[in-house]
Design a protein around this ligand. Structure first.
Ligand SMILES: *[C@@H]1O[C@H](CO)[C@@H](O)[C@H](O)[C@H]1NC(C)=O
Ligand SMILES: *[C@@H]1O[C@H](CO)[C@@H](O)[C@H](O)[C@H]1NC(C)=O
Ligand SMILES: *[C@@H]1O[C@H](CO)[C@@H](O)[C@H](O)[C@H]1NC(C)=O
Ligand SMILES: *[C@@H]1O[C@H](CO)[C@@H](O)[C@H](O)[C@H]1NC(C)=O
Ligand SMILES: *[C@@H]1O[C@H](CO)[C@@H](O)[C@H](O)[C@H]1NC(C)=O
Length: 851
């Protein structure tokens, strides 16, 4: 296990500590990390102790599979193996991404009522992308829970920075369906930057470029790092002094779809051509064959990363033909030449967007499996220069570890190194609404303004000031349409009861009241409408107010758009309350309600998510009960084996010695019957049947076992009792002697005569009970149920012993100093009481062999 030095996380709160899951859900692989209070965090291992899990889910008949099991099943059940699902998140069925997905996958795409993607299994059932991804999240949730030994609920998921709001929403919906709760989502390049900052300080600011080439896309993220030492970060002495490191994302560049999968696809094309031309068949018509070639292309690509030549080999690829062909790296790279500029374009885009040059970049950090492909790595080196490429970053796990750290830092349950993250949006977001018609018959114009230009910071807010007298709609959208990538319209809000609110303010004396709408960028990259108010300054003296109304220069245009950025994120500045302002006027504010309608791709409704969650639970429940059934079947099976061994033992085997022939016959008979039943019904039998079959056999075996066990433990218990009785005899003699002495010396008696007699009676009756029982037991054959049980011997012995012990512990009575004279015991001497006695041991606790 690789521990992260110096990052031992200490939980801050005293109770309700919860672990946090971090998921780097890639197109091909997912990596998971668990942050547990009090433990250093690390990458979670799957059941095969692997540090990464293939992002696949599938079915083999009715058994659900995950990871590489699910991926590999594609070659046998191409319609029941679902991989590369990340392409489908938040996509309508008509995008370029979907076309690409269709070119590499065999899954049957079905359009949902939301125009998003569902996939159809061979049995006809349909599963939405959100559900299929939620299954994988639920799978790693369970994995984490069995590692943490507790429930895990909170999660942070890393996503590509270019994800639109629709794609981000799809991730959140999948999280909810899985039964997890999102603490936030983080752009994956940002997560790498956080990971980079975790173990470093930056006394002078440094800017690095993170180049991440994954299976599905390439992204470049530019981040500037700087550390403010504890002494001058202005914190008061009350708060703990810590260095504060800030990670500021400057810009991104990206290419959707050009990643490892596109390389695999092109390599598979080479293999397809080779196969088709050799065999004179068309492999494209065989989905199993295509799935086999897809897998082989991935393998061959890996070989070609390290070798100039590779051999592709698939037995029985299709049409009963074994495929074998060699591919050279040159051949492969020849079909990639057109992509070479695309490999480095994200770097150039990111630099341009950040308004920086390569001179400003300290190093380029290479991430992602595809960055190991020589042609891609060469393209990067050619662009940035060899010297700039950093070699010291754990390329495979930086995203998930950075995500885990980010989760810990935002949960407020953990004390972490102080790292402040500032992210930015990559797209212009605009707002638009219909201008109020100037005349009744005039057609209205749509007014549009870019509210959050690209590179606006997460957490920033804008107040939109609009002069309106009636209800109206505002629409949020992406400015530059990306046809075939994602839709532009995000949401629409209808502001309600505007005229009432305006009338109210006017009545209070406000001149030209306006509507103020506060819009915000959340820390997960969503744009939201946070607040809407009607607002007007209410003058103190109404005459002056009226005069000012004439000459105050209020705009004639009734629809001015003022998008001033608020300097602080203080919500009170967004929703001013009726406080007097500097000029002695009152600010009148009326809260407005608004109806929000999502546009383009609707997020799943609560009811839809609940239904999907139930669907997943139903599968989980039936898988669990199937698992229990299998365990019970295995128990019965192995019990039958054991019992058969026992009944077939030799003359001197305990099981034979302690059983009667009739009993063995009965057991053998039921054993045969049960074996037959298991062979016939083993696969379908339910839990209770399996259990009761075993119970029935055990009931027959039990008396025999008991006899054997009793025979082993009876003798020690008898010996114990005999010793106790001997000790009782000693007590009796001593007590009687003392009694006589007490009598003679005239001191008080420790025991009455009756008490001493009583001990003798008990001793005699116990001894005769034992004698009688032992005799009877000895007369019995070993295969009869015993008449004397060790437990009876022990309980008799304990009863006798306790009685004697109580007497023995009694204090010797002392004479009272003021005697009434009748007593002759005033001068008794105190004598020490002997504590030594024989104690009966509970021989049932002695170890013994079972039959
Ligand atoms: C980037 O580099 C150029 C050229 O070296 C320099 O003039 C400029 O100040 C740098 N910008 C930043 C933000 O460091
Ligand atoms: C808005 O106005 C309608 C009547 O036009 C009224 O019924 C409703 O209660 C008002 N809502 C609010 C929030 O004031
Ligand atoms: C104006 O609104 C305030 C509260 O928002 C309410 O108390 C008052 O009655 C309203 N006045 C008119 C004239 O509607
Ligand atoms: C009898 O007396 C002796 C000596 O005082 C004492 O140690 C012993 O415990 C007594 N026996 C009983 C049964 O109390
Ligand atoms: C008993 O004690 C009394 C005084 O307390 C004493 O006079 C007497 O001699 C003692 N008897 C014996 C037997 O020690």
């Amino acid at each position: 296990m690789r521990l992260l030095a110096g990052l031992l996380l200490i939980s801050v709160t005293q109770f309700a500590l919860a672990s946090i899951l971090a998921i780097d859900y890639g197109t091909e692989w997912m990596k998971v990390s668990l942050v547990k209070p009090g433990s250093p965090f690390d990458v979670l291992l799957n059941r095969d102790s692997k540090r990464k899990i293939q992002s696949s889910v599938g079915w083999k008949n009715n058994d659900r599979l995950f990871g590489s099991d699910a991926f590999n099943i594609a070659t046998r059940f191409p319609k029941d193996s679902f991989s590369s699902l990340k392409y489908l998140q938040g996509q309508t069925t008509d995008t370029d991404t979907i076309s690409f997905f269709t070119s590499i996958a065999n899954a049957d795409i079905v359009e949902t009522t939301r125009k998003t993607v569902s996939l159809r299994r061979s049995d006809g059932t349909e599963w939405s992308v959100e559900e299929l991804i939620a299954m994988q999240f639920a799978y790693v949730k369970e994995l984490a829970e069995s590692t943490a030994n507790e429930k895990v609920v909170d999660v942070v998921v890393a996503i590509p920075p270019y994800y639109s709001q629709f794609e981000r929403q799809a991730v959140l919906d999948a999280i909810e369906i899985s039964g997890l709760k999102s603490l936030g989502i983080i752009n994956d390049g940002t997560a790498v930057a956080v990971n980079y900052a975790m173990t470093r300080t930056f006394p002078t600011p440094e800017t690095h470029l993170i180049y991440d080439a994954g299976a599905g896309s390439i992204r470049a993220t530019i981040a500037t790092f700087s550390t403010t030492p504890a002494s001058d970060n202005g914190e008061t002495s009350k708060s703990k002094k810590k260095d504060s490191t800030s990670v500021e994302i400057k810009a991104i560049g990206y290419s959707r779809q050009i990643g490892g999968d596109e390389l695999d696809r092109r390599l598979r094309e080479i293999l397809i051509d080779k196969f088709n031309s050799k065999s004179q068949k068309n492999i494209r018509t065989d989905s199993r064959g295509m799935a086999k070639l897809w897998k082989e292309a991935g393998r061959v690509k890996g070989v070609l990363s390290a070798n100039a030549e590779a051999v592709a080999r698939v037995e029985n690829l299709a049409f009963d033909i074994d495929f074998r062909s060699s591919v050279s790296r040159e051949e492969f790279e020849n079909v990639l030449t057109d992509l070479k500029p695309a490999f480095s374009q994200p770097i150039l885009d990111a630099l341009e967007n950040a308004k920086l040059s390569l001179d400003n970049i300290t190093s380029v950090i290479l991430m992602g499996g595809s960055s190991r492909v020589p042609i891609i790595q060469q393209a990067v080196r050619d662009t940035v220069g060899d010297g700039k490429v950093a070699q010291n970053v754990n390329a495979d796990e930086a995203v998930v570890l950075g995500t885990a750290f980010y989760g810990a830092s935002i949960s407020s349950q953990f004390k972490t190194k102080d790292i402040k993250v500032q992210d930015v949006i990559p797209y212009d977001i605009q707002v638009s609404y219909l201008a109020e018609a100037k005349a009744a018959d005039a057609s209205s114009r749509t007014l549009t303004s870019v509210l959050f230009p690209a590179h606006s910071k997460y957490g920033s807010k804008k107040i939109l000031t609009i002069k309106r007298k009636n209800d109206f709609d505002i629409t949020l959208s992406y400015k530059s349409p990306q046809p075939g990538v994602f839709p532009s319209h995000i949401s629409q809000a209808r502001l309600l009861n505007v005229s009432e609110a305006i009338a109210n303010l006017t009545e209070q004396g406000a001149i030209d009241p306006v509507i103020k709408v506060t819009l915000a960028l959340t820390e997960s990259g969503f744009v939201i409408i946070q607040d809407a108010v009607a607002f007007g300054e209410v003058k103190e003296e109404s005459i002056a107010a009226k005069l000012k109304g004439f000459f105050g220069g209020s705009s004639a245009d009734s629809t001015t758009l003022d998008t001033s950025e608020t300097p602080s994120v203080d919500p009170s500045s967004a929703a001013p309350t009726g406080k007097p302002n500097k000029r002695g006027n009152n600010e009148g504010t009326i809260q407005l309600e608004f109806d929000l309608t999502p546009l383009s791709i609707h997020p799943l409704t609560y009811a839809e998510k609940k239904l999907s969650h139930e669907r997943l639970l139903t599968i989980q429940r039936s898988e669990r009960s199937k698992q229990q059934r299998e365990e019970q079947r295995n128990l019965l099976e192995s019990y039958l084996y054991r019992l058969r061994d026992l009944t077939g033992g030799g003359e001197d085997a305990p099981f034979i010695i302690f059983s009667k022939a009739t009993e063995r016959d009965e057991i053998s008979h039921l054993l045969d019957k049960t074996s037959d039943w298991l062979n016939e019904n083993g696969e379908t039998a339910d839990l209770l049947d399996l259990w009761s079959k075993r119970e029935a056999l055990e009931a027959l075996e039990k008396p025999i076992q008991t006899r054997h066990m009793e025979s082993e433990i009876l003798l020690p218990s008898i010996q114990d009792l005999e010793q106790a009785l001997q000790a009782g005899q000693v007590f009796l003699e001593s007590a009687r002697q003392n009694y006589t002495m007490e009598e003679a010396s005239g001191v008080l008696h420790k025991y009455t005569w009756e008490e001493i007699e009583d001990v003798e009676t008990r001793l005699k009756s116990t001894a005769s009970w034992l004698e009688e029982k032992v005799k009877a037991q000895k007369a019995l054959p070993l295969n009869e149920d015993p008449v004397l049980l060790s437990s009876d011997v022990i309980s008799r012995g304990k009863a006798f012993q306790n009685h004697v012990m109580r007497l023995l512990k009694r204090k010797i009575p002392k004479a009272k100093p003021t005697s009434t004279g009748t007593d002759s015991t005033a001068n008794s001497t105190t004598l020490p009481v002997a504590e030594e006695t024989t104690t009966i041991q509970d021989s049932s606790t002695h170890g013994h062999d079972e039959l």
